[in-house]
Design a binder for this molecule. Structure first.
Ligand code: ADP
Ligand code: MG
Length: 252
């Protein structure tokens, strides 16, 4: 499964934010954010609600105007073109009773064909291949609106991975998942990262996950307050000031 060919996604996935600032409706949301995300790593973005975490993703996706620069480089530091970015949003607002199945949804997204057209063999094969990457092949004929939080995330992740991105963005992917769903989702991310050399940028409130799986953590509150190893960031003063309850628990 490992991609070792010249088109391997690694090599185009180091991302540098240099002096990034975003203001929305006249209010400063991000100020002078400078960060370097490394190829093949999982970087966790943590911070309180309203800190600007999702806005950072939206700047990467060019959905909001920003000042400063977002640069993409290869592992040697040379500038490369815009990488392919896969994005897993926080949730999918599917009507519980809507008749759209996973096959309809992914088929339309992957083949650009309307969901109401009957699934041909090619469409089915593409959808199956995408779902297999996230262990979600059994969900093919389920209706979207009836999936659990964890199942929905696997479908959204399958979509974000087809075609394989250089950089994968996940916005609080685990809200609403039970403990078992969480553990298997995290293991899946870890496997994908190793198998495909993906760079993963993940917004998370799950500090246990950050400690266990992330290579790097960034504490964001409009500015970068701390950046480094998960232990250093979660054990630091800035984290304790923003999350006194969690930090206190960790020391007990
Ligand atoms: P987080 O993801 O860290 O919870 P967000 O990036 O979603 O935070 O939002 C940061 C701040 O920006 C919030 O105060 C939010 O109300 C504000 N905000 C987000 N989107 C818009 C928008 N389109 N227009 C104005 N303000 C916005
Ligand atoms: Mg958010």
């Amino acid at each position: 499964m490992k991609h070792l060919d010249a088109k391997s996604p690694c090599g185009a996935c180091c991302t540098r934010f240099e002096g990034l600032s975003v203001a929305l409706e006249g209010l400063p949301i991000l100020e002078d954010v400078s960060l370097h995300l490394h190829c093949g790593e999982i970087t966790a973005i943590i911070g309180p609600n309203g800190a600007g975490k999702t806005t950072l993703f939206r700047a990467l996706l060019r959905q909001v105007p920003y000042r400063g620069q977002i640069l993409f480089t290869d592992a040697a530091g040379s500038r490369v073109g815009r990488p392919r970015i896969g994005y897993v949003p926080q949730n999918l607002s599917a009507e519980r009773l809507a008749p759209v199945t996973v096959l309809d949804f992914l088929g339309a997204a992957l083949c650009g064909m309307p969901a109401f057209l009957p699934p041909g063999r090619k469409k089915r094969a593409l959808v199956r291949e995408a779902l297999e990457k996230t262990g979600a092949q059994a969900l093919e004929d389920r209706r979207l609106g009836t999936l659990s939080g964890g199942e929905t995330q696997r479908v959204l992740l399958a979509l974000a991975l087809a075609p394989l991105p250089d950089l994968l963005l996940l916005d609080e992917p685990v809200s609403g998942m039970d403990a078992e769903g969480l553990a298997s989702f995290y293991r899946l991310l870890d496997t994908l990262r190793h198998d495909f050399d993906l760079s993963i940028l993940l917004i998370s409130h799950d500090f246990d996950f950050v400690r266990r799986y992330a290579d790097r953590a960034v504490l964001l509150h409009h500015r970068v307050l701390a950046c480094g190893s998960p232990e250093a960031v979660l054990g630091g003063e800035a984290f304790a000031a923003l999350f006194p309850d969690v930090a206190g628990r960790g020391r007990r």
